[in-house]
Design a binder for this molecule. Structure first.
Ligand code: PAF
Length: 285
């Protein structure tokens, strides 16, 4: 595996790369990320991964400084997966001057994750655009765990006519259902036991919808109440339409197959997010 720290090195390594499949990450790689690499391998002659903890997408009170950085272990995992090129720019390489040009994402970016994390999607879109310009991939793989990110990045690629195919990847879960995430490493042993409740709760909502309920507000409230009872501080539980994450019609006119249930909540000091399709694999991505 070649390791590039500058744009110039990256371009050298990609000179005769053929079809490039790209997986951007912030490191602290787990099986979920490695699954993205495997999917990338199916779509490219050359697989490029990046590791860059992007300050621009962290709020002032968020965990930028304590975000887990595990470079050696990340390299080992990526080598095992046969990744060809790893791009690990320093902050100075990505932001040599203050980033005054930024992508303005659509109104959806102010909802759900964006409501709790103002500026988050400005930061994500801006860095993804920069990474896409540097790597110039044919294909990029994004996990469905960050569903809103996947939708917003896909929309950006479409509206800016970027010749990049965005491939969604299913969420990888621990045996007890917890979605794998870098921030899971913050959980205490007791919190780790409690953490799968988020997935169970979202799945319960999905099952109720599949069973014919369309009193979405009640379902969301019941899910929130259950998590709160178990000590969670809930940001949102939201039933949305899979196409553009719009709010579904309250009369239940949207086909349940196209609905997604999303949630974000704090367990202790760790913020966890997850989402489930009401019908696995049936919604639009
Ligand atoms: O999903 C992530 O890890 C990040 O948001 C991304 C896409 C690498 C941009 O920093």
């Amino acid at each position: 595996m070649e390791i590039a720290t500058t744009a110039a090195e990256l371009h050298n390594f990609l000179a005769d790369a053929g079809t490039v499949a790209f997986v951007p990450t912030m490191g602290n790689l787990h099986q979920g990320h490695l699954q993205l690499m495997r999917i990338a391998r199916e779509h490219g002659d050359t697989v490029v991964a990046s590791v860059f903890v992007n300050r621009l997408q962290f709020g002032p009170n968020e965990d930028f400084d304590r975000y887990p950085r595990t470079f050696e272990a990340d390299c080992e995992g990526l080598r095992r997966e046969g990744v060809d090129v790893l791009f690990v720019p320093q902050e100075q390489e990505m932001y040599p001057t203050p980033q005054v040009y930024r992508v303005t994402p659509p109104p959806l970016a102010e909802e759900l994750e964006g409501a709790s994390r103002p500026g988050f999607f400005h930061g994500v879109c801006t860095v993804v655009l920069k990474l896409f310009s540097l790597v110039q991939p044919d294909v990029a793989v994004f996990g469905k765990k960050d569903r809103q990110q996947l939708k917003i990045v896909r929309g950006m690629v479409q509206q800016f006519n970027m010749p990049i195919r965005i491939i969604p990847a299913e969420t990888v879960r621990a045996d007890d259902g917890l979605a794998l995430a870098s921030r899971n490493s913050y959980l205490s042993p007791e919190e780790r036991l409690e953490a799968p409740r988020l997935y169970r709760t979202l799945s319960w909502v999905a099952d109720e919808i599949l069973g014919g309920r369309h009193d979405y507000a009640n379902l969301e409230a019941a899910a929130r109440a259950d998590l709160s009872r178990h000590g969670w501080k809930v940001d949102y539980i939201a039933i949305r339409h899979g196409l553009a994450l719009r709010i579904p019609h309250p009369e239940g006119y949207d086909h349940p197959n196209l609905l997604i249930v999303l949630g974000a909540a704090m367990l202790g000091s760790t913020r966890l997010i997850d989402n489930v399709d009401v019908v696995q694999g049936a919604s639009e991505d």
